[in-house]
Write a protein that binds this ligand. Structure first.
Ligand SMILES: Cc1cc2nc3c(=O)[nH]c(=O)nc-3n(C[C@H](O)[C@H](O)[C@H](O)COP(=O)(O)OP(=O)(O)OC[C@H]3O[C@@H](n4cnc5c(N)ncnc54)[C@H](O)[C@@H]3O)c2cc1C
Length: 361
């Protein structure tokens, strides 16, 4: 009996579960290790914050998917991987032996460079505690909360506009201040986003990195020190620390280096996909749409590895469609040099996101 362990229930592994439904009769034991049985889909998180969706609408239940694929669901967090002994060790001390391991552990917001942020900011990921903190803030009864967000990438701008929209739709005043250290968009998309932020009433602080955070939280930046009721951290993508600690080959930041086949460059029995994986080229952004494309190949290559066949190679999409929601039912769409905006773009995103979730229900 060969043993395959899937570590993390991210975008790539949900596709592996789907695909393994027709692969159960093999002489194979498959386990999925995940802290919870629900995968929260990042694309719909801003919509949950805005109040367009209930949390459950943005979640995939891994338990029935695993059951259908004959995969054992192990609830827990991996704390280390012993590559020599081929063991994944969980926080509760349980060790899971494998012949093949697959890593889809995602990434975490990057707090480096801002002392105090880790302690006093609320990380956007994992999404479940983030969404809990957001609902608690809304329920606190503050008349006009002051909210700061660090990081103005796609996730940060969407969250900022969603929060402002949610406050307004509850009749609450309040400020949302978005700290941005650099522009993350092409000039025309940046212009559209800046206009949308203004329209929503989000205060964008351009070229203003958060320098440090104190209890309060009090945010220190080049524009001075300001007190907020909450600081949410969406900036950057940091690797799960257990990758480097395991001794697997990592890039300079600590993400697991993989070949185009998604196999680790140092340990061919280990595969990695999504944000946790690093390619030796710069053409693969850390984004859910890329994790999904990798997931389809990962499923294929894990089957091939089990059967002793040669794995296929990953070809990232040269251009990906980005749909950035703007608080209300309005979005900015872009792909390559093309961009446009409107409520049609929000409905398009809504249709795509709901279709993605429906694949797993
Ligand atoms: C606010 C926000 C909005 C975003 N919106 C979009 C969007 O609209 N479109 C898009 O393409 N990208 C979006 N992104 C980026 C996207 O979230 C990531 O690129 C994507 O989630 C990466 O997918 P993944 O499969 O690698 O990991 P994830 O989907 O993050 O999954 C990783 C899984 O691993 C689990 N895990 C972590 N550590 C452990 C452990 N130690 N043991 C066991 N399990 C573990 C986690 O619980 C999680 O379920 C957004 C990001 C943010 C912050």
């Amino acid at each position: 009996m060969r043993r395959l362990v899937l570590l993390g229930g991210g975008h790539a592994h949900v596709l592996v579960l789907l695909s393994f439904a027709d692969f159960v009769s093999r002489n194979l034991d498959v386990k999925l290790v995940t802290p919870g049985s629900l995968h929260t889909y990042s694309g719909m998180v801003p919509g949950v914050v805005a109040g367009h969706y209930a949390v459950a609408e943005a979640q995939i239940d891994l338990a029935p998917l695993a059951a259908r694929a004959g995969v054992e669901l192990v609830l827990g967090s991996v704390s280390s991987i012993d590559l020599a002994a081929k063991n994944a060790v969980l926080e509760n001390g349980r060790a899971i032996q494998y012949d093949i391991a697959s890593l889809n552990l995602g990434s975490l917001p990057d707090f480096s460079g801002a002392p105090g942020a880790r302690e006093h900011a609320i990380a956007a990921k994992p999404f479940e505690p983030f969404l809990k903190c957001w609902s608690e803030l809304l329920l606190k009864g503050l008349k006009a909360p002051r909210i700061a967000i660090a990081g103005a990438g796609a996730g940060g701008v969407e969250i900022a506009m969603a929060m402002k929209f949610a406050l307004a739709s509850r009749g609450m005043a309040g400020e949302v201040v978005l700290f941005s250290d650099r522009n993350m968009f092409s000039p025309d998309v940046a212009e559209r986003i800046a206009r949308a932020l203004r329209k929503c009433g989000v205060q964008l602080r351009t070229a203003t990195p958060v320098l440090s955070v104190n209890a309060g939280p009090v945010v220190a930046s080049s524009s001075g020190s300001e007190s907020f009721d909450a600081l949410f951290w969406t900036a950057g993508a940091a690797p799960p620390p257990l990758l480097r600690a395991s001794g697997i080959a990592c890039d300079s930041r600590g993400f697991a280096r993989v070949e185009r086949t998604l196999r680790s460059v140092s340990h061919p029995e280990v595969f990695a996909a999504g944000d946790s994986a690093a390619f030796d080229t710069d053409d693969v952004p850390k984004s859910g749409v890329y994790a999904v494309r990798q997931g389809a190949l990962l499923a294929k290559n894990l089957k091939r590895a089990v059967l002793g066949e040669t794995p296929d190679r990953y070809q990232p999409q040269s251009k990906a469609l980005a749909l950035i929601s703007c608080g209300g039912k309005y979005a900015v769409a872009s792909r390559g040099n093309w961009s446009a905006e409107g409520s049609w773009a929000w409905w398009w995103k809504d249709w795509l996101d709901r279709r993605w979730i429906a694949r797993f229900s």
